[in-house]
Design a protein around this ligand. Structure first.
Ligand SMILES: Cc1cc2nc3c(=O)[nH]c(=O)nc-3n(C[C@H](O)[C@H](O)[C@H](O)COP(=O)(O)OP(=O)(O)OC[C@H]3O[C@@H](n4cnc5c(N)ncnc54)[C@H](O)[C@@H]3O)c2cc1C
Length: 448
């Protein structure tokens, strides 16, 4: 598997992973093919995931600015076509409690609203553009995987009410069993009323069509292999020609190679997440688990598992995976997910999986995304580092990038919108630290 820390780029025209999503998304939308001649543009966007497509759409539709998208492989080939399809009220990894400690209450409230807007934006775009993405009903369950975690859940519910006047529902283990599913490892839950499941690749295809309808050109199989400067122009070298742009947006997230731009080196940390999708549950299994819920579900582990019942009664479950791309295909990572599923639902002891795949989540040193401009060069913009929560926030980030390109700065004073990506100290040792943290968190999560 492509490993962004050791490879020079994500390839050219690589096929989609053999995922449940690529198998069920239907044919990819029409695009503009690879770059086949030199061209000049106002704005070039690198990466055709949610961020790049949203930036391109909002530039064209709301700011009247011409943009082209350069994608190494195909639309949604990165995380946007591989994720669990949880559109959550989330963005980055920093908890609101930590946010208040670091930035103060008004900033945390601003961030809460920004994240909320992100989810509303996704919902609005799906509706306004009739995006067929198997959107499910709202509901996100945060399930206590140990009895003691109910205290954490109850305290978080009080915190959300007190600080943001945000209401959630608390469900007992019995209510969870009756209304959602019967799991051996569910001791109650917090239920967010906002957040829903989607087919992530169909969603990416929908954004692609929406951007092209607004006049955007999307060049697939067009990796940026070198990035030079000529006066005030950026020269992006692709196999089929040079794209000259006044401004460049980097929307490569966890797939960013270290050599792409010097100002981004050692500022992102790609972390693998792995997913399996089971065969469809039969009537007996559905009855034994009472799995009636279409809510998206996460558990209270720090190394959390995320799972949901898909339309068609398959279960998707995802979680942490290998440290390196070289180890990504080790079957042990799928076995871990199957074991986790079986310990949640002992009635599913015979369940097998039909699909597995993985992808690179983008983590930042300060645990928040950064939608910003490169140090000393305002013509290089980026939005990176959603930390596994980008389905809704990447779309908000794309809209904010479009505003920045257009010179709109009102409402851009939050740290996510006004500060640059910090460098990781001791960057070459990131994976050693990750391995140690995985051991520590695993022991803490599984403690009874
Ligand atoms: C397994 C998994 C499960 C996840 N589940 C969820 C979830 O349920 N909910 C949630 O909110 N988030 C989830 N995420 C995270 C979410 O998918 C991402 O945050 C989001 O999709 C990021 O979108 P993006 O457009 O910024 O990047 P991506 O979708 O990763 O797109 C980056 C693109 O850049 C291209 N690229 C890279 N380098 C170059 C280059 N040099 N030239 C041209 N193109 C280039 C890549 O080919 C890629 O297509 C998950 C991630 C993974 C991996």
């Amino acid at each position: 598997m492509y490993d962004p820390l050791v490879s020079s780029g994500p390839g050219t025209g690589a096929a989609y992973p053999d995922s449940y999503w690529s198998d069920t998304a239907g044919p990819p939308p029409v695009d503009d093919g690879p770059v086949c001649a030199d061209q000049e543009v106002e704005v070039a966007i690198i990466g055709a995931g949610y961020t790049g497509l949203s930036a391109a759409y909002h530039l064209a539709a709301e700011q009247g600015i011409e943009a082209i998208v350069l994608e190494a492989n195909a639309t949604g080939w990165g995380c946007s076509g591989r994720n669990g399809g949880f559109a959550l009220k989330a963005g980055g990894r920093l908890s609101y409690q930590k946010m208040i400690k670091r930035y103060g209450e008004p900033t945390a409230r601003g961030m809460f609203n920004e994240i909320y807007d992100g989810l509303a934006r996704v919902r609005g775009l799906i509706q306004d553009h009739n995006i067929d993405c198997d959107q499910q009903d709202d509901g996100h369950l945060w399930v206590a995987h140990r009895p003691r975690m109910m205290q954490v859940i109850e305290s978080e519910a009080r915190f959300l009410k007190q600080n943001f006047d945000y209401e959630v529902d608390i469900l007992s283990a019995d209510e969870l069993r009756q209304q959602h599913f019967n799991s051996d490892e569910a001791h109650g839950a917090m239920r967010f009323r906002h957040g829903f499941g989607v087919h992530p690749l169909k969603l990416a295809y929908g954004y692609h069509r929406m951007a092209r309808a607004a006049g955007v050109k999307i060049h697939t199989s067009s990796p940026v292999q070198q990035w030079l400067r000529e006066g005030d122009r950026h020269l992006l070298l692709t196999p089929g020609g040079v794209v000259k742009a006044k401004k460049v947006i980097v929307a490569t997230n966890g797939y960013t190679a270290p050599g792409l731009h010097p100002k981004l080196k050692s500022r992102t940390f790609p972390v693998l997440s792995n997913v399996i999708v089971t065969r469809p549950l039969n009537a007996k299994e559905l009855q034994a688990t009472n799995f009636v819920s279409s809510d998206v579900i996460t558990d209270t582990r720090t190394l959390r598992f995320y799972y949901r019942k898909l339309p068609g009664n398959r279960i998707l479950i995802g979680g942490r995976s290998a440290i390196t791309g070289a180890d990504a295909c080790n079957p042990v990572h799928n076995e871990n997910l199957l074991r986790a599923l079986r310990s949640k639902f002992s009635a599913l002891g015979n369940l097998s999986f039909d699909y597995q795949w993985g992808g690179w989540v983008c983590v930042t040193f300060d645990d928040i995304p950064h939608i910003s401009q490169a140090e000393d060069d305002g013509s290089v913009l980026y939005a990176l580092g959603y930390g596994g929560s980008g389905v809704s926030f990447a779309v908000q980030a794309g809209m904010r990038l479009a505003e920045k390109v257009a010179g709109i700065t009102a409402g851009h004073d939050l740290p996510v919108l006004s500060t640059q990506l910090p460098k990781f100290p001791f960057a070459p040792f990131r994976r050693i630290g990750q391995r140690a943290l995985y051991h520590y968190y695993f022991a803490r999560d599984e403690k009874r």
